[in-house]
Design a protein around this ligand. Structure first.
Ligand SMILES: *Cc1c(COP(=O)(O)O)cnc(C)c1O
Length: 360
């Protein structure tokens, strides 16, 4: 059986070393020493000024909307994971979907501008598969119309644009450290902002809005993460480069072996590089996709239609809206198995199998 993804686990002894410290200190959560150490090491690794370690990527998005005081309409992408949209609704705002660019699969800046109304207060865009959005165009639009920008950078760990962390774009970027992601802390999330005042506010929101022993400064939530999760993050951080190299080799092997496949890969931002978080292909037709998926399932090679269906037509709590590019791409996009322990022999097997199915 070959799953579509599999979490990375560090050597058990290395995780256990952190546990020894937790037992000694008896400090399990609430901004403990390991959580602080993880924040410092991540800031250093990612080269970002400020960063907060939080519960998960979804709560990070909700906290970002809350901290920026956003209300009304948020222009967003329908081609993302459900949390990108649900956080908007959860915060009492209205998602306004606009279509994506057919090459990058990220939100199309031209369509953003067309969708702006007097009720628009923000843009929430996803760096799809880690591929940076057109951050410069989005920044220019936001400036012109006085809008806040949040990036759902759940997939974009380690990605840079023009040599600078992609997390430093927008007012706030969020990341997910969920077990299925490239780099993880089992469950976890990150909030990144360049603004020290905003950082202070986010830190306060993370801890119920508590400002002193008997005082509260604002509405908050429990956005903290535990020492056990921080320990996994610390243990895994030592392997990030190795994970990146292995994934890169897998992706290159897929690309080489699948040259004859009737499919294209998303076009990457020209001033960036891939982090190999996913291996997505866009097939010529949905028919070919369904045939491949069904036949591969029989061999227990599991692929995932990610993202399908479009968020603008799939959520029972929102009116349905069909956006042509997203509808078309979401029907034809397939993510292939991609994880650290996937072997090159397995990749070759998967690629040969796919070609045989296509050409049959
Ligand atoms: C995984 C993911 C999230 C949610 O992150 P969690 O840590 O699972 O809450 C949000 N947005 C995108 C694009 C994701 O892939």
């Amino acid at each position: 059986m070959i799953p579509v993804t599999q979490p990375f686990l560090p050597p058990k002894e290395e995780y256990e070393k952190y546990l020894d410290g937790i037992w000694k200190r008896n400090w399990l959560t609430n901004m403990g020493p390991l959580a602080s150490q993880l924040e410092m090491e991540l800031k250093d690794y990612l080269q970002v000024k400020h960063l907060l370690f939080v519960t998960n990527g979804t709560v990070a998005l909700q906290m970002a909307i809350k901290a920026l005081g956003i209300s009304g309409e948020i222009i967003t992408t329908p081609f993302s994971f459900v949390a990108t949209t649900s956080c908007i609704v959860w915060e009492g705002c209205t998602p306004v979907f606009v279509d994506i660019d057919p090459k990058s699969l990220c939100i199309d800046p031209k369509k953003i501008e067309e969708a702006i109304t007097e009720n628009t207060s923000a843009i929430l865009a996803t760096h799809v598969y880690g591929n940076p959005c057109n951050v410069e165009a989005i920044e220019a639009i936001a400036k012109k119309h006085d809008l806040k920008v949040i990036y759902d950078a759940a997939h974009a760990f380690g990605v840079e644009v023009k040599g600078k962390s992609v997390f430093e774009y927008g007012d706030i970027s969020t990341c997910s450290l969920h077990a299925t992601k490239l780099y993880h802390s089992v469950e976890g999330g990150l909030l990144i902002t360049k603004d020290p005042e905003l950082l202070k506010k986010l830190a306060s929101i993370r801890n119920f809005g508590i400002s002193g022993f008997d005082s509260f400064s604002e509405l908050g939530i429990n956005g903290k993460n535990s020492e056990f999760h921080a320990a996994m993050g610390l243990a895994n951080l030592k392997y990030v480069e190795e994970i990146h190299q292995k994934r890169k080799a897998i992706a290159q092997l897929y690309d080489r072996m699948l040259e004859g496949l009737r499919a294209v890969r998303p076009v990457w931002h020209k001033d960036s590089f891939e982090n190999y978080a996913y291996h997505a292909i866009v097939l010529d037709s949905e028919e070919l996709l369904l045939k491949l998926k069904a036949e591969m399932d029989k061999f227990e090679v599991f692929t995932r239609r990610y993202f399908y269906p479009s968020l603008s037509s799939a959520l029972p709590y929102l009116p349905k809206l069909e956006l042509p590019v997203t509808e078309d791409i979401s029907r034809r996009v397939l993510c292939l198995p991609m994880y650290f322990d996937l072997t090159f022999e397995e990749v070759e097997f998967i690629a040969r199998l796919m070609l045989r199915i296509q050409n049959n």
